[in-house]
Design a protein. Structure first.
Length: 120
């Protein structure tokens, strides 16, 4: 059965100044990487700490480190995939920079035309 929704507690002075604590951020990231809440050996889950206390020794696990590839061909394939992504990102960055430069040239041209038209 699903848990009943929690009622919001009264905000404290600390919650009013900092509504998102570092522990909340760690728990959020933990839920992103492990949405099913499957216990991972060596890592304490978000519920391991007492209320108001951070979970002891809760590092941020790298999902790729949980399933190490021992086959050199698999590692080479993953490296090739990452190189493809890197090249795509580099190309996208170059296109973005070119778009910015083009817009800057358009702006300079418009300002030059407005300046020459207003001086007559």
């Amino acid at each position: 059965m699903a848990d009943p929704p929690k009622t919001p507690e009264k905000p404290t002075q600390d919650a009013a100044t900092n509504p998102f604590s570092p522990q909340d951020a760690l728990e959020f990231m933990q839920r992103m990487w492990n949405p099913l809440g499957i216990p991972i050996p060596g890592f304490a889950g978000p519920a391991a700490g007492t209320p108001g206390q951070p979970a002891p020794g809760m590092p941020f696990p790298n999902p790729a480190a949980l399933f190490p590839a021992l086959d050199p061909a698999e590692i080479d394939r993953k490296i090739a995939e990452l190189r493809i992504v890197e090249n795509w990102l580099t190309m996208t960055l170059s296109m973005m920079q070119m778009s910015i430069k083009t817009m800057e040239l358009q702006k300079a041209s418009l300002e030059a035309m407005r300046g020459s038209g207003g001086s007559r």
